[in-house]
Design a protein around this ligand. Structure first.
Ligand SMILES: [Zn+2]
Length: 214
């Protein structure tokens, strides 16, 4: 066995972080990515690390039931318990991604559920993104609020005043879905912002996101 357990999966976590960071969805060292490794373990990005310098050895491996760290040179993300909640509840969804992506986070500031408006997205994520009530990052209160909000058939959640968390069958699909959610948020905000002048920054940002998602 390799001296780095779950090497390929931990490399895949880094690849996913780079893809999300390149799209501007992680904002500095914010956001984090988790991947189920087997029935007992998951990998998660370390706390406050630069995604562009990350090595597989730095990706933490935790037990799903207790969150005890069994491998990894750095402390795991403070949001590990949120990821574990999703991975435990939906064992067939291997990936969990938490982002601070700009437009979905703007909707999260408003505290309103975001309806999904395209059939493929509804099939993948459910009819809407539910809102998890505000609690500070990395707290057990936030985990409790997330767990209380989880619904069968809903696989993405807005975290009030913070960002979003989304699960998917695998990491590439998770990255694709957060991009789809960003485009949905752009359309939703443009509908809300119908009265805004053409050059308003929010409007320009939403229009640019839609152009990029095409
Ligand atoms: Zn966060």
């Amino acid at each position: 066995m390799s001296s780095t357990p779950f090497l390929a999966q931990r490399q895949a976590v880094i690849a996913s972080c780079l893809r999300l960071a390149d799209q501007g969805y992680l904002a500095g060292t914010g956001g984090n990515v988790a991947l189920r490794l087997d029935a007992q373990h998951f990998a998660v990005t370390p706390s406050a690390a630069d995604y562009y310098g990350m090595t597989p050895e730095q990706i933490a491996v935790l037990r799903l039931d207790t969150l005890a760290q069994v491998a990894g040179e750095m402390k795991p993300s403070v949001e590990s318990a949120m990821h574990a909640s999703l991975l435990r509840r939906w064992p067939e969804r291997l990936a969990s991604v938490h982002t601070h992506q700009p437009l979905a986070s703007a909707v999260a500031l408003l505290g309103q559920a975001l309806p999904l408006d395209e059939a493929a997205d509804i099939a993948a994520l459910g009819p809407r993104l539910e809102v998890v009530g505000y609690a500070p990052s990395g707290t057990s209160l936030l985990v409790k609020r997330l767990r209380r909000t989880l619904r069968e058939g809903i696989h993405a959640y807005l975290l009030r005043n913070h960002g979003l968390i989304c699960t998917a069958p695998d990491l590439p699909r998770a990255a694709e879905l957060v991009a789809r959610i960003e485009a949905t948020a752009a359309r939703w905000l443009l509908r809300q912002a119908g009265q805004l002048p053409q050059q308003h920054p929010l409007r320009r940002r939403a229009e640019a996101a839609l152009t990029n998602s095409c």
